[in-house]
Design a protein around this ligand. Structure first.
Ligand SMILES: [Zn+2]
Ligand SMILES: [Zn+2]
Length: 242
């Protein structure tokens, strides 16, 4: 039996449905048109370094930087995100993260691979999900970032590394300032396998980027452990007016 035939039988038993609203779609893991258009995808001009979306309609050069990156306040090589964190993307994010809706990982990871379309990723050696503290992993049962990182690593043909860095448990910080977030995250990561990190170009994966403090702190410990470069990709990002 060929693969196509098996897929047709499976599609008959389990018809492909939009993971968010259950409407019929043509392929498994795809969003329906309504859910797709509700999400605020970052598909227009954006900061060449951190992916911050600029107002559409303006004709920016490809290498223009946002004020944060222009001021040298972003230390990662580059960051990309597939969409803006808002009410629409929250519909996917919150159940994915807190209610066991792990089937969402497919369209989210595909969107993140699409978000890397203007980046040369050929030098990346390792894809690393942002680690979860053991206590949170125990309660949740899964690291949502690992679910997203695995298909990204596979698409890029590189290794997934989920055990070279450990994270200490720290209670949630709620809605605090960027400075408080940076302070709260400082010192939570420890590189336990520096031999796997040394000289490597690392792509970090997270579900949501808020202030960028998590990526920055992880980058700090990875570079100290000898990583060659650190960049990042998230499904969505909080976009504040700059
Ligand atoms: Zn839908
Ligand atoms: Zn930027």
């Amino acid at each position: 039996m060929n693969k196509n035939f098996i897929r047709k039988i499976l599609d008959f038993i389990y018809p492909p449905a939009c993971p968010l609203c259950n409407a019929g779609v043509s392929h498994h893991g795809e969003l329906c048109v309504d859910c797709w258009t509700a999400i605020n995808w970052i598909d227009g001009p954006h900061c060449a370094r951190c992916g911050y979306p600029f107002v559409p309609g303006y004709d920016f050069d490809d290498d223009v930087l946002c004020p944060v990156c222009a001021a040298g306040k972003n230390e990662l090589d580059w960051i990309r995100s597939a969409c803006v964190y808002d009410d629409a993307s929250k519909q996917a994010m919150l159940p994915f993260k807190h209610a066991g809706k792990i089937k969402y990982y497919k369209f989210m990871a595909n969107a993140m691979i699409w978000a890397l379309r203007d980046i040369d990723v050929s030098n990346i050696d390792i894809v690393m999900p942002v680690p979860l503290a053991w206590r949170r992993l125990f309660h949740r049962g899964y690291n949502q970032s690992t679910l997203l990182a695995r298909p990204i690593a596979r698409a890029m043909g590189v290794k997934l590394d989920y055990d070279s860095v450990r994270r200490k448990y720290r209670p949630d910080m709620g809605h605090k300032t960027s400075a408080q977030r940076a302070e709260n995250i400082r010192g939570v990561f420890t590189v336990v396998r520096p031999d796997k990190i040394r000289g490597k170009h690392i792509l970090l994966v997270d579900d949501v980027m808020t202030s960028g403090a998590t990526f920055s702190e992880l980058r700090r410990v990875l570079i100290r452990a000898g990583a060659a470069s650190v960049s990042g990709v998230s499904f969505c990002r909080v976009v504040r007016a700059l």
